[in-house]
Each structure stands twice: as structure tokens, then as C-alpha cells.
Design a protein around this ligand. Structure first.
Ligand SMILES: O=P(O)(O)OC[C@H]1O[C@H](O[C@H]2O[C@H](CO)[C@@H](O)[C@H](O)[C@H]2O)[C@H](O)[C@@H](O)[C@@H]1O
Length: 246
């Protein structure tokens, strides 16, 4: 698991907390709609939000509509689709940047290659596309190849690999930039950012928070630039619980 140490507790007034969703707050499931929340998740997040003076946000690759379905009635400040969508205030409007025209090209190419009955599955987030292979790991190489073919010649798109997915997203968005945007607004401004995440796409977030005087917490094994580590989703909840009760 590596030798990074357990993270310290958060200061109520100094720190802002940014949380990834899949693989960090919730365990993985075969289908993005099939995940289940750990018992007490909503109460724990509410307590943290109150303790940190509202400076708690979700930073996810998911569309915010998907996260909101699971966390309702909570609607934290958040960035969705890696920052393509941003909600600056709790319960406020979601600002969505339009996707580049190239995304329609990539969508058409994927849809032509992955039809009904295919072991691969397309998740269309409107501003990004995902090819899922969690239920067919033997299709990983094909998923990657189809992703590469879908973005060929599309300079406004980036292909990124995640946990059992290949994702096509607009160039220029990443979780570091998403955290930076939220950090310019109240109640985040002036605090030190702490970001918890598990995936390769979370590394941009770890790098940004470290550059701004905060720290990252990596969930699970694997190389990371984060300063601290927690073993798994259950360890994340134990740590969040301890912070909330402190
Ligand atoms: O940034 P995150 O909040 O971690 O979101 C990353 C991706 O999460 C979802 O996919 C992952 O979770 C699924 C449900 O457990 C799982 O089936 C899949 O294999 C995982 O990669 C979501 O579907 C993607 O759109 C997000 O980009």
C-alpha cells in the first residue's frame, strides 16, 4: 500500500475539504447507477460541512445530476465532469461549459463501433464520453483502441484512463483547475485546500492543492503525488467521521 502516512485532522477555519466521489466516498459497482452509500454518509457530510464553515465540495468525473441523485437533499458546491460543470454555492445553479464540436465526432465514432449487445458500454455525460469495461476486463485493450480512434484528429479532446474506464473529455479541464475555481469564492477563499481522491485523474487535484499550500490524500495503492494515504473507502469514512466529531 506504500508508506505514506495517515492524514492529520483538519482545522475548522484553516482548511477547505474537496472530495472525489467514486472510489473515494463510494465503492465501485458494475453500473454507475448501482453504487450504494456507506451508512451515515449524508449525516457525516452534513456534519463536516457545518464544522468547516461550508468549505466542503465534491470534485468528480460524474455529471453533477448523477451525484445529486445519490446525495439528495444535500447539494454541495461541486465540480462535475472533471470541471466542465461547476456549482459555486450549495444548492445553487450549475454552470456548464459547452463541449467542443469535436465531441459530436467522437460520439458518432464510438456509437458506430459499440452497438447494442456489446460487452463495452458507452456512458454519455453530454460534455464527456466514457467507455466502461468493468464487467468485461478482457475488453480493456479494445476500449482503449476505440477511444484513441474516436479522438483521432480531435485536438480539443483528451483521452484519459480511469478505473475500468476510458474517458473522452474536453481538453483544458482537470480537477486541479476545478478546485482552483472554487477556491476563488467564499467560503473557500483564504483557506488551505485538502483533496481526497483515488484515481489517476485525481493527480491534477493533488498537484494543485500542494502548490497552493494544502495537501492531497490518496485512497488505495498506486503511485501518487499526494502527501498522505488512506487504504480504502471504509478508511475514508472512518477518517471523515473522526474529523467531524473532533
Ligand atoms: O471522479 P470520480 O467521482 O471518481 O468519477 C470517475 C468516474 O466514476 C464513474 O465510474 C467509476 O465508477 C463506476 C461505478 O462504481 C464504475 O462502474 C466504473 O468502473 C468507475 O470507473 C463514472 O461512471 C464516470 O463517469 C466517472 O468519470
Amino acid at each position: 500500500m506504500g508508506d505514506l502516512s495517515k492524514p492529520p485532522f483538519l482545522d475548522k477555519t484553516l482548511h477547505a475539504l474537496f472530495l472525489d466521489f467514486d472510489g473515494t466516498l463510494v465503492g465501485f459497482a458494475d453500473d454507475p447507477d448501482g453504487i450504494t452509500l456507506e451508512p451515515g454518509t449524508l449525516e457525516r457530510l452534513s456534519a463536516l460541512e457545518e464544522r468547516q464553515g461550508g468549505a466542503v465540495a465534491l470534485i468528480s468525473g460524474r455529471a453533477l445530476s448523477s451525484i445529486d441523485r445519490f446525495l439528495a437533499p444535500l447539494a454541495f458546491p461541486a465540480a462535475g465532469v472533471h470541471g466542465q460543470e461547476v456549482r459555486y454555492t450549495a444548492g445553487g445553479e450549475v454552470v456548464t461549459a459547452p463541449p467542443p464540436d469535436d465531441l459530436a465526432t467522437a460520439r458518432a465514432r464510438l456509437q458506430a463501433a459499440i452497438g447494442p449487445g456489446d460487452k463495452l458500454r458507452i456512458e454519455d455525460k453530454e460534455t464527456a464520453l466514457v467507455v466502461h469495461y468493468r464487467t468485461a476486463p478482457e475488453e480493456a485493450d479494445r476500449a482503449e483502441r476505440l477511444g484513441e480512434e474516436a479522438v483521432a484528429g480531435c485536438s480539443d479532446l483528451r483521452l484519459v484512463k480511469g478505473h475500468a474506464i476510458v474517458e473522452i473529455r474536453p481538453a483544458g479541464v482537470d480537477k486541479g483547475k476545478a478546485i482552483e475555481k472554487l477556491m476563488q469564492r467564499e467560503p473557500f477563499a483564504g483557506r488551505k485546500a485538502v483533496f481526497i481522491g483515488d484515481d489517476t485523474t485525481d493527480e491534477d487535484g493533488f498537484e494543485w492543492v500542494a502548490s497552493a499550500g494544502g495537501f492531497g490524500i490518496k485512497v488505495g495503492s498506486g503511485e501518487t503525488t499526494a502527501k498522505y494515504r488512506l487504504d480504502d473507502v471504509a478508511a475514508v469514512h472512518r477518517w471523515l467521521d473522526a474529523v467531524a466529531r473532533q
